[in-house]
Design a protein around this ligand. Structure first.
Ligand SMILES: [Zn+2]
Length: 280
């Protein structure tokens, strides 16, 4: 306990020292408050955590380039909104978790991406997806600003929705290759337990989604009324990588929903992120 406290003081001191260096200006306090206060995942932080997050987000901005696409002017506010939420994931892990890439690209709204897939006959199929965010292996994170901006309270979903947490969770997952829901774990964590707990929750979630679709005779996309009883975004049923990213959104935004719906997944994420948002 005492050693952990000393480590924390040391790391905060190191960060503070770097924050005062010319290369890493500390984010202005008024701008920081304006950028962070509307987000419920950030509202849960203690004063001390908020102070450390500001240092890490300042470090994030000194290391990464955030550029606009399709005519978006990336203001200081947009930069801090993204940096603060991305840094939340590594508040206890360190900014080095994001070391293998350098750029964030922000579109004004949803953007379309062209995909090519090859089928078993060798035929190449081209499709277009409309996206709110995307994380490239070893490359940039791409975001839609209309999804990054604080949500209008009247349009808030029952479950969590946070595109920045989602895409940066994929980035952590990609630290050992393609996103698959199995990021590199920390010392003391068990890969077998992680796989067991995530897979059983994922399969249960897929069953619930199928059952609701059938009972509501709802075509895809998923019936939003039926989704009101789910702990996490139905999008998590796409595959284990999306389940991990969506569970991470819920862990930080609506921890009580995840802890109640999938307590074993909550416990794994608590160990992975070294945070316990339920206690904040
Ligand atoms: Zn995703």
């Amino acid at each position: 306990m005492f050693n952990a406290l000393i480590d924390q003081i040391r790391s905060t001191y190191r960060l503070a020292k770097r924050a005062t260096a010319k290369s890493m200006p500390l984010i202005d306090e008024t701008l920081w408050r304006q950028a962070t206060e509307p987000y419920r995942a950030l509202q849960r932080l203690t004063k001390e955590e908020n102070r450390r997050l500001r240092l890490i987000a300042s470090d994030f901005l000194s290391r990464k380039t955030i550029r606009g696409a399709a005519g978006l002017d990336v203001t200081a506010l947009i930069q801090v909104q993204i940096a603060a939420q991305a840094s939340l994931l590594v508040l206890e892990l360190g900014i080095s978790q994001f070391d293998d890439w350098s750029e964030v690209i922000v579109y004004p709204g949803k953007f379309s991406a062209q995909r090519e897939t090859t089928d078993h006959l060798g035929l190449v199929h081209t499709s277009r997806d409309v996206l709110a965010g995307e994380a490239w292996l070893g490359g940039p994170v791409v975001l839609s600003y209309e999804d990054v901006a604080p949500p209008d309270e009247s349009h808030r979903q029952h479950y969590a929705h946070n595109v920045v947490i989602h895409e940066f969770a994929h980035k952590l997952d990609m630290r050992n290759g393609n996103a698959n829901g199995y990021p590199p774990l920390h010392k003391g964590m068990s890969a077998a337990t992680w796989k067991r707990d995530f897979m059983s929750a994922y399969l249960d979630f897929c069953k619930r989604i199928d059952a609701q679709r059938q009972s509501a005779h709802a075509p895809v996309p998923f019936d939003p009324v039926a989704a009101m009883t789910l702990p996490i975004d139905p999008y998590g049923s796409q595959n284990p990588a999306e389940f991990f990213a969506v569970a991470s959104e819920t862990f930080f935004e609506c921890p009580e929903l995840l802890a109640e719906g999938y307590p074993a997944v909550y416990a794994q994420l608590k160990a992975f992120y070294k945070q316990n948002p339920l206690m904040s």
